[in-house]
Design a protein around this ligand. Sequence first.
Ligand SMILES: C[S@@+](CC[C@H](N)C(=O)[O-])C[C@H]1O[C@@H](n2cnc3c(N)ncnc32)[C@H](O)[C@@H]1O
Length: 256
Amino acid sequence: MIDPPDNDDDSLRQRPRLSWHAGDMPYSEEFGDFYYSRADGRAECRHVFLAGNGLPERFAGKQHFVIAELGFGTGLNFIETWAAWENTAEKGARLDFHSYELRLLDRDDMKRALAAWPDLGSRAEALIAAWPDRPDGDVVIVFENCGRPASLHIHSGLALEQVTAAGFAADAWYLDGFSPARNPEMWSAELMEAVAKRTCVGGTFATYSAAGWVRRNLQAAGFTVEKRPGHAGKRDMSVGILAADPPVPGQTKPAD
Ligand SMILES: C[S@@+](CC[C@H](N)C(=O)[O-])C[C@H]1O[C@@H](n2cnc3c(N)ncnc32)[C@H](O)[C@@H]1O
């Protein structure tokens, strides 16, 4: 059963046009896609984004870890990552989580979506409590608890513009736009190039998509790309590593 989207003026500007499937499953009317796997978004997050980037194992021994995400959506991936961070990171270590989002959810919509997983517990409550009622720009929230601070930086606007302007080098990327067929600008060659430029050598990405043109864009950007079994009956997903600095466009490889 799908509830129709609300159509007030704001929704035409910056807010997402949502409808709801089975009560708490958000669907984007603008992009024609669900925010996460209808089978289980939380299990998908662990399988695709955490395990696909070698997390939480790679947190070991790190005093600072940087994760960046294309598509913040409901915050589910952030909450799952923050839990893994608190459970495994060294005391005093800091997580910076940068996420790029064109259409920020209102607090009530975030609350409705995250209610699907009551055992997300205090972290979901803390995110919802700190989230603006109707965000209309960047959002920065620092969660200090447990002596392993996690800083959330939401960069609002078009991902390509925002990632191009970013000044960090990520250890891991979550590529989580809507499906490439419905949201091609979240997987473009230009954006994948910008992602690679903001990845440290040895840094990784993971995505649920195994679309050939997405994989080729990631390879052209400098990642070594590999297929892995997907989540919940999906045959493949993609992971990759940036083994060396990304190629400089127009620069040819020296002859052997
Ligand atoms: C699949 S959802 C992300 C789900 C999310 N990671 C979560 O945990 O709920 C894709 C997100 O990408 C955002 N998006 C789509 N095109 C974008 C663009 N060009 N720039 C930035 N964000 C975009 C959508 O608004 C949507 O929130």
